[in-house]
Write a protein that binds this ligand. Structure first.
Ligand SMILES: Cc1ncc(COP(=O)(O)O)c(C=O)c1O
Length: 448
């Protein structure tokens, strides 16, 4: 389809679906039968005909406050009219300082500093770069090795895919970063199937870090990065005690611990950050998504006092960290962030997620025994349903669930392979939990 070959072969209409190359999407299937969304409000999307679709995924784990919330929309509109852009290299603007202070108050322990970027992927790479530069600033430049985890997801940039452990996200992209190793993932169906919350089996897997230290020597290792609860790989809550053990081993060997909280931050697990829920303070936390309830791109890294302090030396006029993005702390994103945090606080949405957790988990577990269901895991306002794969066609049943969910059952689902992941906005009503687990999903499971 060469667009210069003549209009007969190339549809020049502005609504032609062809030119948009969609990420993480089978383009040909989508364009044959598109799932187009025209607008959204609170718990619902609406398709082009005005048909409501219940959002069981907060968009893409983002819209924790629900959609098109007046306060966030107004903050964005006001900021766009007042200060559309200002650099945060060598200059600043009030909203980004206000948001930083609020995030520092929200984060546990002495995670007192916010470094901004525009996405979760950039946040992961930013945290990894800060870890390397930190050790160099401390006179330990040999600490260059980064450790991730199998089945981890830290976005799609080179740092993130290197420490990440989702095979399809890695195998096409060459050698990635050198000097990376991985912990084993923590999922074992035989030991953990149908667990609500943290499984009791698996804390010993943190000891694998000792093995990696013995192999590489602590003096070569800069940081360990994990999601406190792995999300994109299909929701793997951490085993009881696992994260505390990781913290202890990192402390013992002078290794930095980074929690990727791009999904788990901002109330998803009933707390501002999962670090608080698990009683473990990492050296850095990455965030994105929920910081603006998905209304505008923003990501960032919270860093502890000792991390920031390590850079604050040298002549006053010298830049301390040679990193940043043109849109780091963009005024409109910062305004959206401040408004979003106000909504979370005033509506008590994090507490709400915690209060609903048992009801949510119980409702999800009622799907045990329904057609194709192999395992169910829950934590906070998150649930994953593993479906048995169709023989010879892995991923097809999951795809069908998502596709039919949208077109036939009015529900937006997230899938990874044959796993359905649910993570609704935190404003979900109890009757909507019923709608998902008692009505839409049982019917859908019978139809795929
Ligand atoms: C834990 C984690 N880290 C990083 C990312 C990447 O975020 P983004 O898509 O905003 O780059 C995601 C996205 O789902 C994520 O779940």
């Amino acid at each position: 389809m060469n667009k210069h070959a003549g209009a007969a072969q190339w549809d020049p209409s502005p609504n032609n679906l062809e030119p948009f190359w969609m990420g993480f999407t089978p383009n040909r299937a989508f364009k044959k039968k598109p799932r187009l969304i025209a607008r959204a409000k609170d718990m619902h999307y609406y398709d082009m005909t005005g048909r409501p679709v219940l959002d069981a995924t907060a968009g893409l784990w983002c819209s924790n406050a629900g959609h098109c919330r007046d306060r966030i929309v107004e903050a964005i509109q006001k900021q766009a009219g007042e200060l559309d852009f200002a650099p945060t290299f060598q200059f600043g603007h009030p909203k980004v300082f206000e948001l930083s202070s609020r995030l520092a108050n929200l984060a546990p322990g002495d995670l007192n500093y916010a470094f901004f970027c525009n996405s979760g992927s950039e946040a992961a790479d930013t945290a990894l770069k800060i870890a390397l530069a930190y050790h160099r600033a401390k006179g330990q430049a040999s600490r260059t090795r980064l450790i991730g985890r199998e089945r981890g997801y830290h976005g799609v940039n080179f740092g993130g895919i290197s420490v990440g452990g989702m095979v399809a996200n890695r195998k096409f992209f060459g050698t990635m970063l050198a000097g990376v190793d991985h912990l084993p993932h923590t999922y074992n169906r035989a030991e953990q199937a149908f667990t609500k919350g943290e499984p009791t089996w698996g804390a010993h897997l943190a000891d694998e870090l000792e093995r990696l230290v013995a192999l590489h020597d602590a003096s070569t290792i800069a940081a360990v990065i994990v999601e406190p609860m792995a999300g994109s790989t299909g929701v793997l809550p951490p085993p009881v005690g696992y994260l505390k053990k990781l913290r202890e081993i990192c402390d013992k060997h002078g290794i930095l611990l980074i929690f990727d909280e791009v999904i788990t931050g901002f109330g998803r697990l009933g707390y501002p950050f999962a670090a608080e829920r698990f009683g473990v303070i990492p050296d850095m936390i990455t965030f994105a998504k929920g910081v603006t309830s998905g209304a505008i791109p923003m990501g960032g890294v919270m860093a502890r006092q000792h991390i920031y302090d390590a850079f604050m030396s040298g002549p006053d006029h010298m830049i301390e960290l040679f990193h940043g993005y043109t849109y780091s702390g963009h005024p409109i994103a910062a305004a959206a962030g401040v408004a979003t945090l106000e909504v979370y606080k005033e509506e008590g949405l994090f507490e709400r997620a915690l209060k609903l957790e048992d009801k949510w988990a119980d409702a999800a577990m009622t799907l045990k025994g329904k057609p194709h269901v192999a395992d169910i895991r829950t934590m906070g306002l998150v649930a994953a349903i593993d479906l048995n794969s169709i023989d010879g066609s892995p991923g097809k049943r999951g795809y069908d669930a998502m596709e039919k969910g949208f077109h036939d059952f009015g529900i937006m689902l997230r899938i990874t392979g044959d796993t359905i992941a649910l993570s609704p906005p935190l404003i979900i009503k109890e009757e909507q939990i019923g709608e998902i687990f008692e009505d839409k999903l049982p019917k859908l499971l019978a139809a795929i």
